[in-house]
Ligand binder design. Structure first.
Ligand code: C2O
Ligand code: CU
Ligand code: CU
Length: 489
């Protein structure tokens, strides 16, 4: 596919540290697949649905035979799924029972600034914060995760991530697979030490020097265990029906190319129906899904015509060693299916280039850090920069006006998944050519490989205040690859 060619030219993989687990790892496709729990509102009233989430440590059996300490929303990993409705607010109180400050961010949320989870809007240990999500946005697959300044990487690695799904009437009318056949899948890689504990080099300095770690963790932290909804290489027992699989790359730094590799028959392939910001205008058939950290791909996988005993396996073409394997679907039963994949999904407002009022260039690169204090060693000179500057919470980097379309041209000399808060965007071109199939629809995170120039159209709506854009490689983000965005009247 076109996607494959473009990425191969510049190398889509993250070049960061890969940590080899010392724990005993299970064989692939043995452990039963998991579905995150759904969070019930504590209270429902005229203001909206009130939820309560406690961020705390918990012990889970992730690898068979080991007890792993995680940090979880309600002690779960992934956190519980919030299923919300467009136009109906959710009021989510997060209580922090961890020993460190946290920040909860709703990724993809059209959220007022005070609830957006700015990296220094800390919820300190033993404190609570109320986040209000008005949900003035279309049906979409969102996720929530920690966004603490300088520490999002280790916090998410330890488990602070979960789904937040928004539904609406337009989507209800489509007849897509629903209920148990609507399956959110949080994909991430992790590594475990000999005692079965999560290893993260930046918070565990001894791990950097262990023989299991190769590469530079400043470029990104990768593990050798693929987890889907917290389960290593799971096997889902399914019916011979259509499933809606909502993929989220919740990894810190790993990029995936997912593909079906069925041992028994020809693979079903993916029908993409949505991306970060909601449904596409029309479905598209894809043999492979390219996913950088933070991106979501909403798909239908059609298993009608398969018989009990058939199996299909999802593999990662960009993996190495055990990260090539992802999950398996094993058909165990036949069931009726009345779902559909309509030819038209959602109405998407097309950006008209004539309406752009401003053009901007944003360059993402590794370069000299200006006047850094308190740092020592080799990392002193170099850092991750946007337009030559590391993040400074006190500096406004871009000022945009509500309702104005802008064209942004992003360039990079390393691979960066670029994410913008508040509003999604449309990808206009890559290197002056047509965008990739994976760029379709409303995106809020987009993979910007080294050497590419990517143009996007963006417009901010609804709320003024301080928002941000940043690299969603969480190690780059933690090492200051963020910029402040002031949205004004
Ligand atoms: Cu998913 Cu600002 O992040
Ligand atoms: Cu976000
Ligand atoms: Cu980056």
């Amino acid at each position: 596919t076109g996607a494959g060619i473009t990425w191969q030219l510049s190398g889509p993989r993250t070049l960061g540290a890969t940590i080899r687990s010392a724990a005993r790892l299970p064989e692939p496709f043995i452990l039963p697949g998991a579905v995150p729990s759904t969070l019930a509102p504590e209270r429902v009233d005229a203001a909206g649905d009130h939820y309560r989430i406690v961020q705390r440590r918990a012990v889970r059996e992730i690898l068979p035979g080991y007890r792993t300490e995680i940090w979880g929303y309600n002690g779960e990993f992934p956190g519980p799924t919030i299923r919300a409705r467009s136009g109906r607010p959710a009021l989510v109180t997060h209580r922090n029972e961890l020993a460190v400050p946290t920040v909860a961010h709703l990724h993809g949320g059209h959220t007022p600034a005070e609830s957006d989870g700015y990296p220094t809007d800390y919820v300190h240990p033993s404190q609570e914060r109320l986040y209000t999500y008005p949900h003035q946005q279309a049906a979409a697959t969102l996720w929530y995760h920690d966004h603490r300044m300088d520490f999002s990487g280790p916090s998410v690695w330890r488990g602070l991530a979960g789904f937040h799904l928004i539904g609406d009437e337009e989507e209800d009318g489509l007849g897509l697979p629903s209920g148990e056949r609507d399956l959110p899948l949080l994909l991430c890689d992790r590594a475990f030490d000999a005692a079965g504990q999560l290893v993260y080099p930046a918070v565990d300095p001894t791990a950097q020097h262990s023989p299991g770690v190769t590469g530079d963790y400043m470029q990104g932290v990768q593990g050798d265990v693929v987890l889907v909804n917290g389960v290593p290489w799971p096997r889902y027992d399914v019916a011979s029906v259509r499933y809606r699989l909502r993929w989220l790359n919740g990894s810190n730094a790993r990029v995936y190319r997912l593909r079906f590799d069925g041992p028994h028959r020809t693979a079903p392939g993916f029908v993409q129906i949505g991306s970060d910001g909601g449904l596409l205008d029309a479905p598209q058939h894809l043999d492979a899904l390219d996913m950088a950290p933070g991106e979501r791909v909403d798909t239908i996988v059609d298993l009608t015509g398969y018989r009990p005993g058939d199996e299909v396996t999802v593999v990662n073409d960009l993996g190495e060693g055990r990260t090539v394997e992802v999950l398996r679907l094993r058909v165990t039963r036949t069931e009726p299916d009345t779902s559909r994949i309509p030819d038209h999904l959602a109405r998407i407002e097309r950006f008209d280039p004539k309406s752009a009022v401003r053009r901007r260039d944003l360059h993402f690169h590794m370069g000299e850090m200006p006047q850094m204090t308190g740092m020592s060693g080799d990392s002193e000179a170099k850092g991750w920069l946007i337009d030559d500057r590391p993040f400074d919470p006190d500096r406004t980097d871009l000022t945009v006006r509500l309702g104005e379309w802008e064209i942004w041209r992003l360039t990079a000399n390393f691979n960066h998944p670029v994410h913008v808060h508040l509003n999604p965007f449309q990808v206009l071109s890559r290197n002056g050519r047509e965008p990739l199939p994976s760029d379709r629809g409303w995106k809020d995170t987009v993979h910007l490989p080294a050497g590419q120039a990517l143009e996007l159209a963006i417009r901010f709506t609804g709320y003024t205040g301080r928002f941000m854009l940043h690299c969603h490689n969480l190690e780059h983000e933690d090492m200051a690859m963020m910029a402040n965005l002031a949205v004004t009247q």
